[in-house]
Structures are given as C-alpha cells and as structure tokens.
Design a protein around this ligand. Structure first.
Ligand code: 3PG
Length: 306
C-alpha cells in the first residue's frame, strides 16, 4: 500500500487534515500523520518507509530525504521551498513540488491586517494614520503580491510594483504602476510589501542602501522570509531614522534589540502565521494530495521545483 506522511510541526487545521485523508483514502493510500513533533529525529524516522511526503515549513534536509528508502515525492504545501534540500532530493531521484498560489490570499490579508494594526498605533486608542492615498510598493508581483495589491486597492492605496520576471503589461492590467528598478520602488513608496522568495540571491538583499531610499514614514511589511532583510541594516536604519517602521511575519533574530530600543515602531508575529487559516490549509493540503496522486499514478510533474 502506498504510504504518505504528513509531517507538520505547525499542524494544518483539522478540516484540512480530513480533506487530505479523504483524498488518499479514495486512492487507496495510507495516510500517516506526524504533527508538532518535538525533535527533527522524529521526522527523520517517520520518513523511513513512506512513498510520499507532505510538509509545510518543516525542514526536509538531506538526512530526512536519505532516510526515505521508498521516498519518491515531497510536496511543500505552500509557496516557499527554501526548507527543502533540493540537491539531496535530485541526487536521490525524489521529485520536489510546491503548491503555488494556494495560501496567498491568507498571507496578503495578514500583510494588510498588520499594516492597519501598526498605523493605528497597535490599537492603543491614540490618533494614528490612514492607508488611503498612500503609496504601496509591491516587491515581487507573484501570487501574494497580486493579492496584496488587490486588497490594498480597496483601502484606496496607490499601488506600484517591481518584478523583473513578470511582463510589465501583465502587472499593468491590474491597475498597478510598474517601476523599472528595486531602488525606484523603495524611493517612491512609503509602504513596501516584501514578497520575494528566500534564495542565495535574495538573502540579505534588502539592505541599508535600499531602505534609506524610502520616503518619510517608511514602513516595510515582510510576509516573505526574515532572511531577505539584512539585520545589521535593519538595526542601523531603525537607529538613524525615527520614522522607520518594520512589520514582519516572524521576528528577526535581533528582535530583542529592536524591542528594547524602538518601541512602537515594529510588530512581529510570535509564530509564522501568514498561511494559518483553515481556507489556506485546505487549499494547499488538497493541492498537495492531488499532486502526489497525479505524480505517482500518471507521472505528472507540474509544479516540480527541482
Ligand atoms: C509559504 O511559503 O507558503 C508560507 O510562508 C507559509 O508557510 P507555512 O506553511 O509554514 O505556514
């Protein structure tokens, strides 16, 4: 019997687990659930005799991949796959996939929600500011960026984007103004939504030079990965500009220093929660299960990332 492991340190909503199980039951597959596991070694062990694996931000390291004697496919139920050792997967002939777009709306709603929270002074009752009429720069116009733009339009924001991988016309169709460089984006917009993936090129790429270009009231909203923002630069810009604010879905490593020195100018979620909605879990979970069956039964490699 084909065995599928769902390994989630941060579990899916129960409705999503049920939906995934139902799909595998119908296909005659066995579903094994490993949630909130305390040690990485528990994950390594659980992979030993499964054919397929569904993960979230769980670390699919070389050790995990090599442990799976029968492992044929790993699906990251979500967008970012910086948590999968792609080289190890490729070396072992294991297909790695993600489920792009399935949790993007949830992430975008959180981005706007955190922005409102910060501009209203963390709901402390004092007079804050409004988003209406302000310029928002979308740093990478992928699935999340697109939703952020759509929701922010409802707030009456003026939307700009920079994305070298998407044709200008495609972005402009959404009523978004396209800028030609990342520098121009940061120079133009008081608000920046960071939506770039974390990879060797993007890590630490949001640095002091870029941040210092931002106009007065500069606010960066990061729902991507903490690693794309250079922390040394972050501390320096916070110190140099008392108008600078930073919101992030998961705190940077230097969070204590920021909290100690720059009160009221930041907000960090205690646990990464952009994709933590029932809807996002169900969408990504069903997509992952379907992709596994389509690959194992028909060799369909759509969304392969290695
Ligand atoms: C993603 O890359 O899809 C998001 O960051 C969500 O990650 P999560 O599944 O760990 O919440």
């Amino acid at each position: 019997m084909t065995k599928v492991l769902i390994a989630t340190v941060k579990p899916f909503a129960p409705a999503a687990v049920n939906a995934i199980k139902e799909i595998f039951d119908k296909a005659g597959y066995e579903t094994i659930l490993l949630e909130k596991y305390p040690e990485q070694s528990d994950f390594v062990k659980a992979v030993e005799d499964v054919d397929a694996l569904i993960i979230r931000s769980d670390k699919a390291t070389k050790e995990v991949i090599d442990s799976g004697k029968n492992l044929k496919i790993i699906v990251r139920a979500g967008a970012g796959y910086d948590n999968i050792d792609l080289e190890a997967a490729t070396d072992k002939g294991v297909v790695a996939m993600n489920t792009p777009g399935q949790n993007s709306n949830a992430v975008a709603e959180l981005a706007l929600g955190m922005m409102v929270y910060l501009v209203r002074n963390q709901f402390n009752g004092t007079a804050g500011t409004e988003l209406r009429g302000k310029k928002l720069g979308i740093h990478a116009y992928g699935n999340v960026g697109k939703y952020v733009a759509k929701i922010a339009k409802g707030f009456g924001m003026e939307i700009y984007a920079y994305d070298p991988f998407i044709p200008k016309e495609t972005i402009e169709k959404d009523g978004v103004k396209v800028l030609n460089s990342v520098e121009e984006l940061y120079k133009t917009c008081q608000y920046i939504s960071v939506n770039i993936p974390a990879n060797e090129k993007t890590k630490n790429s949001i640095n002091y030079e870029l941040l210092s270009l931002m106009p007065k009231g500069a606010t960066v909203v990061n729902t991507a990965r903490k690693e794309v923002v250079c922390e040394e630069s972050l501390l320096k810009i916070f110190a140099d500009r008392n108008d600078f604010k930073y919101i992030s879905d998961i705190a940077p490593d230097c969070k204590d220093e920021i909290a100690g020195k720059f009160e009221g100018r930041f907000f960090f979620t205690p646990k990464k929660m952009g994709a933590q909605t029932s809807e996002a879990n169900i969408n990504a979970g069903i997509a992952a299960a379907t992709q596994i069956i389509n690959y194992l039964e028909k060799g369909d490699k759509t969304y392969q990332v290695n």
